[in-house]
Design a protein around this ligand. Sequence first.
Ligand SMILES: [Zn+2]
Length: 351
Amino acid sequence: MKTCPLRTSVIGSYSFPSWLEFASSNLGSFGSKDLAEIQDDAVIAALHDQNLAGLDVVTDGEQTRLDFNLSFYGYLDGIELESASPRLFGPPAHDQRGKHQVVGEITAPRGLGVVEEYQRLVRLQKPFPDAPPVTLKASVPGPYTMSGRLLPNAQYEDRWALTEALLPFVRQELEGLVEAGCTEISVDEPSMSCYAYKEDSKRFVDIFNRTVESVVGRTRLCTHLCFGNFKGHAVGYRRIAPMFPEFLDFKCDEMHVEMASREFSEIELISKIAERMDVAVGIVDVKSYFIETPEDIANRVRLCLEHAPADRLVFAPDCGLSQTARWAAKKKLVNMVEGVKLVKQELNIES
Ligand SMILES: [Zn+2]
């Protein structure tokens, strides 16, 4: 699955426009047709910003995962929604998201909804005139990450058991995406990068590889590894060294790592990834409102080139942009693509 050198990409999510946030908290005020229109409009807005930036890879911005019922957990039978955040006051942090109870056998009779999202993306993507072709990417959380918001019980006694229960649903969704013609899929496992320092990382690799095994070679497979981003706050131990060497055995074509918010600490480790697969470097800090200039980005690209060859490098923000205000997300993407282009020109790489 070869791609162009110094490719520009994104992680799945994008900022919600203000009206979408308002609509999400007032869903009861809309009919089903209104809601379908809202979902289409939101994806059109996310695509507009990404196409304007001139990215090589775009997504639907995960704009339609509006609330519990429209997210993966809403597609699962056998779980009960956490009724309210367990902590309402104090600074924002991951503990405010709480966990869902498992009340029966976990099943996913309607899949996880990502195939429908991908079909909507295909229907709505309208490239700007004379724009080069872009790749449409779908993203699915991996089973370990998804299990993090479910509470173990007598039937599923720990997080590993919950992961095993979810794994077949993710695998089936990946197969559905490939059958729907999706040529690039990211299986996001940020919980694996967050906990690599203390959990059995070989076990993570086994879980990842079993999740993707039936689609390996049939699509470009990516993974996104980061240290969490809830309202701009990280949650993990922010070192990538504990992931190595085990994570190099992930069966994927592209591995994404968070770098910008960590001031490119451990950048030398991307060379290890580049020996095995493409490495997508988080080159834009999604948690900071400092807007990187194209020249800042170009300098970061040059730094990455000291550790990995151009044809192995992909650039993206550190994480999805859902926790970044849209005005900033827009500027950051424009400057990211602009900065990468500066280096492409220096190296005579066609855009
Ligand atoms: Zn992330």
